[in-house]
Design a protein around this ligand. Structure first.
Ligand SMILES: Nc1ncnc2c1ncn2[C@@H]1O[C@H](COP(=O)(O)OP(=O)(O)O)[C@@H](O)[C@H]1O
Ligand SMILES: [Mg+2]
Length: 383
């Protein structure tokens, strides 16, 4: 096996499961000779009860945090084994495992408080269970120099996708939607645009009494009509959408409380129409971000995350951005839609082991570029 082999892990805000990607890298990250290849992608879904515990994490007490720190590490280690097995790659051929961890709570700074973040999924335990070196808490070094620790994917996006002629962009439709805009040269821009699947998931979950977790394929939304009056009214008063980057958001804003605030309007709609309306909301937030907060439209928008499988979202993006080539990451890059963030983590760890920084200070607000990750050397001798 040629190239540097690393496994990247990702457990995102949807709390749906963990993705593990075994990737092979060659050349220098950020240089023209760099290339990346996905060798295997493994997914381990969380059970409904485990997902419930993750969703309750912001209010959890220390004993539960301690348990989940261990249990997440165990699930992460299982996903690493799955990826190696799928590719038929021996553990000894792998340089390291990269893990940002699962965010238990993120308190953004405000005028009274510097905030803080707690991430779970103990790197030493993953290293012991996998028998591999682990770079964990990939966001911590950026935070330590004044950054937000997120988004971290822009460095990887620029390595994988930069076009020397035209700006290009990536959009990850996870729970939240994250955009990276990459100019032909210079640092990328990146920020959250608003909800990804989070509002849709919460709506479908509550209307199906917990039977369904999401609008599979976007079938419900495609069969409905959006409530355009609500859409315009709500967009116009959404101060996250209008705020200039850098900005990031989460479940506090686009979770159950958002649906409660808009219950009167949404409850009056059929499930199909409500799905069409919330999908259109996600799309309009992206369109607004591209038109207002980036210097020029991208030639291409590469979409990843589970939302890339939602045709209502994808059709909406194509219809509203006719000047942009909208493609999912599988079609555009050969990277499965659920694998892109885990691939980015592997790439950041690769850079770190090559003694290169992986954060983009202009994006996270960090005072300087830093190498990312806390190293757990694991049982085997480090090389
Ligand atoms: N087949 C599908 N059709 C439509 N949406 C899907 C499908 N599969 C997954 N999703 C959506 O993708 C979400 C998970 O996306 P993911 O990229 O893993 O996000 P996160 O990084 O937040 O975990 C699910 O919560 C669901 O809304
Ligand atoms: Mg996920």
């Amino acid at each position: 096996m040629t190239g540097r082999l690393l496994v990247g892990l990702m457990s995102g805000t949807s709390c749906d499961g963990v993705d593990a990607v075994l990737a092979s890298f060659s050349g220098t990250p950020g240089a023209a000779d760099f290339s990346a290849r996905v060798l295997a992608h493994a997914q381990r879904s969380y059970s409904a009860s485990f997902r419930g515990r993750l969703l309750r994490l912001p209010g959890a007490r220390a004993p539960e945090l301690a348990r989940l720190d261990r249990e997440l590490a165990e699930r992460f280690a299982e996903a690493v084994s799955d990826a190696l097995q799928l590719a038929g790659v021996a553990r000894d051929d792998v340089r390291a495992v990269a893990c940002a961890g699962h965010t238990a709570v993120h308190l953004p700074p405000d005028e009274h408080d510097e905030g803080g973040t707690l991430v779970l999924g103990d790197g030493d335990r993953i290293a012991a269970l996998c028998g591999l070196p682990v770079l964990s808490e990939l966001r911590a070094a950026d935070r330590a120099v004044g950054g937000m620790g997120a988004p971290l994917v822009p460095f990887a996006d620029a390595c994988l996708l930069r076009d020397p002629e035209r700006p290009v962009a990536t959009l990850n439709l996870g729970g939240i939607a994250n955009l990276t805009w990459i100019p032909p040269e210079g640092a990328p821009l990146a920020f959250d645009t608003g909800p990804g699947n989070m509002l849709l998931d919460a709506l479908v979950h509550s209307r199906s009494n917990g039977e369904q977790t999401h609008d599979s394929g976007g079938a419900l939304g495609l069969a409905g009509e959006p409530d355009l009056a609500w859409l315009q009214r709500t967009l116009a008063t959404d101060d996250f959408v209008s705020a200039a980057p850098p900005k990031s958001t989460g479940r506090e804003r686009y979770g159950a409380s958002f649906l409660r605030t808009h219950a009167a309007a949404l409850d009056a709609l059929s499930l199909r129409d409500a799905c069409a309306t919330l999908a259109a909301y996600t799309v309009e937030c992206v369109v607004h971000a591209l038109r207002t907060h980036t210097p020029a439209p991208p030639a291409q928008l590469v979409v990843s995350g589970g939302g890339a499988l939602n045709d209502c979202l994808m059709h909406g993006l194509r219809a509203r951005l006719p000047e942009v080539l909208v493609a999912d990451s599988e079609a555009a890059l050969g990277v499965p839609v659920f694998a892109r963030e885990a691939l980015a983590m592997a790439l950041l760890a690769d850079a770190s082991l090559l003694e290169l920084p992986g954060n983009v200070p202009g994006v996270t607000g960090a005072r300087r570029a830093v190498r990312l990750g806390k190293l757990s050397p694991g049982p085997r001798s480090w090389r």
